[in-house]
Write a protein that binds this ligand. Structure first.
Ligand code: CP
Ligand code: NVA
Length: 302
């Protein structure tokens, strides 16, 4: 594994390997066992969109690994004034050991990897959110002990989270149902090519059938960071696609609920469900541990 650009690039075994390392690193963090695997390494963090979890978990994770995080706001970089990705990638590769980038276009992340000579980690694009889904799978396994054979239903928009959950879930042997309103159900073409013939994969606009007997119910905002101008139309289109007590009666009684956060209580999820499912906060914590596993895998001994 040279980069983490999207989960489509990883095998199921590589994903499980990362989750195993993440569990170990979580144990060491909780028990005060020093794990300075990245002593002296520097990670650049480029953000062209807002972030709480991704920024803080990567910064803290690098420090816990004995390395140094460097926050690089795209507004302050020459990148924000039009310097090409190609030059940025080549120059940053001479200073730092790895780059995490959160941005709009997946092609910008792929280009950073193509033109640079250091590992690149995708911290969210409009198309994918691989770090989040590694944390999601870690959280599911913590709560359910297994992944393979579980039914996961995502309720929401066919966007970055839906794409990465589809790929991640199928790669580790889960049944993956995407419950999305018509018109907002177009997964990335590469994801569709990967998933469409898998009998464990289904798209539906019937959320009750989708959630039926699910072990894991996942949702995400109706309006993502790159879709701010569509908020009103989306509120209408997604009305009814809410994770609430009534929907959860269709899931298994011990189903867990996940949300990558930030959440909009009263839209995609109710306050009651947020309060009743503290595993959502475990999920946020697991960003830290899962990403540390990614960092160690990509940067150690390089
Ligand atoms: N879930 C997630 O990526 O959160 P942030 O936008 O706060 O980084
Ligand atoms: N789909 C959301 C995820 C936020 C972590 C967005 O892109 O804004």
């Amino acid at each position: 594994m040279q980069h983490l650009l999207k989960l489509l690039d990883l095998t199921g075994d590589e994903i499980i390997g990362l989750l195993n390392m993440a569990d170990q690193l979580k144990y060491e963090t909780k028990n005060g066992v020093e794990h300075h695997h990245l002593k002296g390494k520097t990670l650049g963090l480029i953000f062209t969109k807002s972030s709480t979890r991704t920024r803080v978990s990567f910064e803290v994770g690098m420090v816990q690994l004995g390395g140094y995080p460097l926050f690089l706001s795209a507004n302050d970089l020459q990148l924000g004034r039009g310097e090409p990705i190609e030059d940025t990638a080549k120059v940053l590769s001479r200073y730092i050991d790895g780059i995490m980038i959160r941005t709009f276009k997946q092609s910008d992340v792929e280009d950073l990897a193509k033109y640079g000579s250091i590992p690149v980690i995708n911290g969210l694009t409009d198309s994918f959110h691989p770090c989040q889904v590694l944390a999601d799978l870690m959280t599911i396994r913590e709560h359910k002990k297994v992944l393979s054979g579980l039914k996961m239903c995502f309720v929401g928009d066919g966007h970055n989270m839906a794409n990465s959950l589809t790929v991640g879930g199928l790669k580790v042997g889960m049944e993956v149902v995407m419950a999305m309103p018509k018109g907002y159900d177009k997964l990335h073409p590469d994801v569709m090519a990967f998933a469409k013939d898998n009998p464990a994969f289904k798209i539906t606009d019937d959320i009750h059938a989708g959630v039926k007997d699910a072990d894991v119910v996942v949702t995400d905002v109706w309006t993502s960071m790159d879709q701010g101008d569509q908020a009103e139309a989306r509120r209408k289109a997604f009305a009814g696609f809410q994770v609430n007590d009534s929907l959860m009666t269709h899931a298994k009684p011990d189903a867990i609920v996940l949300h990558c956060l930030p959440a909009h209580r009263g839209e995609e999820i109710t306050a009651e469900i947020m309060d009743a499912h503290p595993e959502i906060i475990d999920e946020a914590e697991n960003r830290l541990h899962a990403q540390k596993a990614v960092l160690v895998t990509l940067l150690k001994d390089k």
